[in-house]
Ligand binder design. Structure first.
Ligand code: CTP
Ligand code: MG
Length: 172
């Protein structure tokens, strides 16, 4: 019985362990973001902002550094260090780029900064993080499936906490 129960719990734990740099990179800009927007106020050909004021250089660089540090810490706990460090960097970069893709699409759809785009908001960062990490490591299909299932509720819960702490103007 215990063996049967430990299976899925182990799988969920290893999925979270794997994706941790992406989660941290996605959340860090809530604290570290601010200052000039990445698109420097520039507009796309449709007359709307490229990314909008919610994507800042400080948030991007801060998220990249924090995610990479998480990879470094994982490497200190679990060899090989180099692979964890590289994975941390690639997962963080992918998470931040995925988040930018999501904002770019939202602006093209006419959704203003902070407006909700269910699915896109919760999953784009994880999908692009997995793609960028794939040259270094492709997790098992079970881990990928678990991540696609658990990330939306984790993302919503994190944002709600950020809203309660006053880091975010909207609860989602
Ligand atoms: N943030 C940042 N830089 C980034 C990503 C996020 O500074 N590259 C900060 C911004 O303060 C942003 C907050 O983190 O408002 C929450 O991120 P997110 O929900 O992704 O941005 P939104 O404000 O909702 O904007 P969008 O509609 O473009 O997603
Ligand atoms: Mg948002």
């Amino acid at each position: 019985m215990i063996e049967k129960l430990s299976g899925p719990i182990d799988a969920i734990a290893s999925a979270i362990w794997f994706i941790l740099p992406a989660y941290f990179a996605n959340a860090a800009p809530l604290v570290l973001g601010g200052g000039p927007p990445l698109d420097m106020g520039n507009k796309f050909s449709d007359g709307r902002r490229i990314f909008g004021d919610g994507k800042t250089t400080r948030g991007f660089v801060g998220g990249l550094i924090v995610g990479t540090i998480i990879g470094l810490l994982q490497g200190i706990f679990q060899a090989p260090l180099g692979e964890h460090l590289l994975l941390g960097f690639m997962l963080a970069l992918g998470a931040l780029l995925g988040d930018l893709v999501s904002s770019f699409i939202k602006r093209r759809l006419g959704i203003e900064r902070g407006g909700a785009a269910p699915g896109l908001d919760q999953l784009s960062f994880i999908v692009v993080a997995l793609i960028l990490a794939s040259p270094v490591k492709v997790p098992s299909w079970q881990v990928i499936a678990i991540l696609l299932i658990i990330t939306p509720p984790i993302h919503l819960a994190t944002n709600f906490v950020g809203y309660k702490l006053g880091l975010k103007s909207r609860p989602y």
